[in-house]
Design a protein around this ligand. Structure first.
Ligand SMILES: [Zn+2]
Length: 207
């Protein structure tokens, strides 16, 4: 099945819609790349799908600002371990998409304070040996998505067998679920920790 120019035009328009709605850093970078590729393959211009270079730049900026706001929110809520370089992520996004910290409602002082407070808390917790599930970190860095996530357990990572996963999902009640998972384990399908977003097992360190 070969795609026609019309298909590529439709795909470009679809991607454009996505980035005009709520978008985040990684998504917007990829989607802008896709738009350029589809427009190219369709042999049309950005104007033909009702956009422009300026609008793509605006979307790029918005996507990066959204990502920075998410990092800021997490830092304020202390929902990321202090070791995660939240300040670094926010500064990098600001530099890449040319916006200021004030644009997202923060400042160098706040970032520094958030970092120091989170660090102090972590040290204090360690000192008191408090076991608090809510602050205990089991975040892992997903290289596919390029972000820190809380892994989920999955018997079939990478969507290898979507049908089988769906079957288990449909059947997993309090009784059948564990039985099926046990059978799956006997056949060597062990649950692995995968990324909740891309369902991959691509753990690593941020670049
Ligand atoms: Zn992922």
């Amino acid at each position: 099945m070969t795609e026609t120019k019309e298909d590529f035009r439709a795909k470009a328009a679809e991607e454009l819609l996505k980035i005009k709605q709520d978008c985040q850093e990684r998504g917007v970078v990829q989607e802008i790349k896709n738009i350029r590729e589809y427009v190219d393959k369709a042999g049309i211009s950005l104007a033909d799908i009702g956009t422009s270079e300026e609008e793509l730049q605006t979307c790029f900026k918005t996507g990066n600002m959204n990502a920075a706001r998410t990092w800021l929110k997490r830092a304020r809520e202390r929902s990321v371990p202090w070791e995660v370089d939240t300040r670094g992520h926010i500064r990098r996004l600001a530099a890449e998409a040319s916006f200021t910290l004030a644009d997202i409602g923060t400042s160098e002082e706040e970032l520094q304070t958030l970092y120091e407070e989170a660090r102090k808390e972590a040290i204090e917790r360690r000192r008191l040996k408090v076991r608090d599930k809510s602050v205990q970190s089991n975040f892992k860095y997903c290289r596919s998505c390029g972000k820190w996530v809380e892994p989920v357990n999955r018997v079939f990572p990478r969507g290898k067998s979507a049908l089988a996963s769906f079957g288990i999902f449909m059947l997993s009640g309090p009784i059948l679920g564990p039985i099926i998972l046990t059978i799956a384990e006997v056949f060597g399908w062990r649950p692995t920790e995968v990324c909740p977003d891309c369902k991959r097992r691509d753990w690593g360190k941020p670049e």
